[in-house]
Design a protein around this ligand. Structure first.
Ligand SMILES: CC(C)(COP(=O)(O)OP(=O)(O)OC[C@H]1O[C@@H](n2cnc3c(N)ncnc32)[C@H](O)[C@@H]1OP(=O)(O)O)[C@@H](O)C(=O)NCCC(=O)NCCS
Length: 260
């Protein structure tokens, strides 16, 4: 009798723990505790020289509440993610993504971060996918296509600690999974946002997801336009400035390559 009970237990189907449903929404209130939690996650997960002050992002959320679709300017979005029924619990914030649709150019994903406790659960992927959809709606409101979404990432130095290389591996895998391609042949020189006025520019790798424009249309010439456009539209660097010319020197032949 006892034996029978043991074997019944052994063969009972093992119930996997339920993974809570993830909810993604747009932040409109910079003073909301969830938005504040996103600010903390942002500062914890990104080095100072790669990030703008969080106050600038708060300001853009405040402005967004008033804005209507505009054919100039940026359509900025901060999206947050948390498990269902915990959207008011700052300790449960799973991640955020921040970026914009730039009319006449394309999409630009500025920053993304996932809480340590929520990593490798598909949160990063969900945030990217949701962000792409939001930008598609922005473009649609203006009757424009969304040719691509572009984003930057800092590759660790060869002697960087293992932890940095691990995050780089996570980024690359994520970028690949969301349909991104690497723009090979370009070191994008971006301004250094640290407090040191003499700090060197930060070299970034660029990644692009073709959306309404087919991947084959991103020839070297088109990619130079896209990269130059990023300098001009986002960083206000015109041709002839050190960062623009350092990024696109004569003979630069960018091409899309698989991320991995
Ligand atoms: C990079 C980051 C956003 C990934 O978020 P995430 O929610 O863990 O990613 P996902 O769970 O959606 O995973 C996407 C893919 O990457 C893989 N992945 C995630 N972490 C990984 C790791 N440490 N090593 C290898 N692969 C990893 C996942 O397995 C998944 O691939 P799969 O679908 O083949 O299984 C997260 O690690 C992070 O916030 N890092 C710190 C901040 C940062 O680097 N931001 C990006 C700045 S550009």
């Amino acid at each position: 009798m006892q034996l029978q009970q043991v074997s019944a237990l052994q063969f009972a189907p093992v119930k996997a723990p339920a993974v809570p449903k993830l909810v993604v929404w747009e932040a409109f209130d910079p003073d909301d505790p969830m938005t504040k939690a996103a600010g903390e996650l942002y500062e914890e997960t990104l080095p100072a020289d790669e990030r703008i002050p969080w106050a600038w992002i708060e300001r853009s959320i405040r402005e967004r509440v008033k804005s209507k679709p505009r054919t100039n300017g940026w359509h900025k979005h901060l999206l947050l993610a948390a498990p269902e029924n915990r959207q008011d619990d700052p300790g449960a914030l799973a991640g955020y993504v921040y970026g914009a649709f730039l009319p006449g150019y394309g999409g630009y994903l500025c920053y993304v971060g996932v809480a340590e406790s929520a990593r490798r659960l598909g949160v990063g992927r969900r945030l990217f996918d949701h962000f792409f959809k939001v930008l598609k709606v922005d473009a649609g409101e203006l009757g424009e296509p969304l040719p691509f979404v572009i984003w930057e990432s800092h590759r660790p130095e060869p002697d960087a600690p293992d932890a940095e290389w691990e995050v780089w591996a996570a980024r690359k895998r994520l970028f690949d999974r969301v349909g991104g391609a690497w723009i090979d042949g370009v070191n994008f020189l971006s301004p250094n946002f640290s407090d040191d006025p003499d700090a060197a520019p930060v070299p970034l790798q660029l990644f692009l997801k073709p959306v309404d424009t087919p991947e084959t249309a991103f020839t070297a010439e088109r990619l130079r336009e896209v990269v130059g456009g990023l300098h001009q539209r986002v960083y206000r660097n015109a041709p002839g400035t050190a960062l623009y010319d350092g990024t696109l020197p004569p003979g630069c032949e960018p091409r899309l390559r698989p991320v991995e």
